[in-house]
Design a binder for this molecule. Sequence first.
Ligand code: TTP
Ligand code: MG
Length: 380
Amino acid sequence: MDRIIMHVDMDAFFASVEQLDHKEYRGKPLIVGGIGGRGVVSTCSYEARKFGVHSAMPTSKARKLCPQGIFIQGNYPRYAEVSQQIFDIFDHYSPLIEPLSIDEAFLDLTGMGRLMDDPLQYAMKLKQEIREKTGIVASVGIAPNKFIAKIASDLDKPDGLVVVAKDEVQDFLDPLPVRRIWGVGAKTAALLDSIHIRTVLDLRKLDYQRLRNMIGEKTAQHLYNLSRGLDERPVAPRGRAKSIGNEITFGEDIQTAEEALEVLLQLSVKVGWRLRKAGFKAKTIQLKLRTRDFTTYTRQKQLFEPSNFDNDIFTAIKELFQNLNITRNIRLLGVSTSGFGEMEAVSLFHDEKKDKLYQAIDGINSKFGKLGVTRGSLIK
Ligand code: TTP
Ligand code: MG
């Protein structure tokens, strides 16, 4: 199956957060980083980039290039907080996310069915949600693999959105300088330049034996593949998620148990889908409920057997909800799961029939948009 990979990267991340928090920095050349004698620039606003300032440059040099700039130390905990908000949004767009740094990630959108009929629309929605919820502008690249997606997100910054279809990959790559290829540093680029290889097209036309003699088998193989847009690396979630969950804050408080259960079912189905996509089964199911006066209740329950089935999750949630016995003035509801075991660990109670059923349901959901199939009868 052809893959659909999205790379998302915030524009001038630290500087954008500062401009968000301090009106007086907006529209100005702002440089964030070490402001002492030997300090280096972490990043700078696009207004400062016009002066030639960039990341990793000594701050003393930046001061010379841009004397009118505003130089600040930065506030890392604040950037981490905004980063967390952004990654929380990513969670709603793909079950398979690989964080690359504080402000960028790959999202695998493969197999998301009708949602992916229009990847451009999907990316616009994500960009808009990030902007609305955090005030930060993101650039996005969508392509058949990680290599192309990462180049694409960078190509039209700031506020970029570049989609590269499979049959456009070669035309997209050919005119780019070889330095754009991941793994081509200054040394390799200089070597290639010495035999007049400057663009990806030049590189692609170069005889493979000659390339190999120049830079060795391993690098040659790497460049051969990437110059043809071939990159099979999977989107690999870093570490293991500690919990998977979703919550909703209501515009208007919920006032009945029926309404609350309806929402909890939707949340259970969504969380079940995410667990199955991620290949996890959860042992612990947690209900979160917040009332109008901001009192937050959490209640959890251990399942007899780890599960990723919607109805196991919902049955536990329903029990927790009924025991908590709050049915009025509900401001927020959340379902989350943790205590993950391996999917492969086939237990004594492993229910193969149910696995098949959910595979079928997930297949249908993929085809008709996420969560097209829910089982209302579960509520009763
Ligand atoms: P980048 O995404 O590389 O840079 P950016 O977001 O500032 O600008 P853009 O993506 O629009 O080109 O890095 C993300 C953050 O990481 C950046 O805001 C600051 C930090 N950073 C450093 O502290 N030092 C560095 O050398 C780099 C490259 C980034
Ligand atoms: Mg960035």
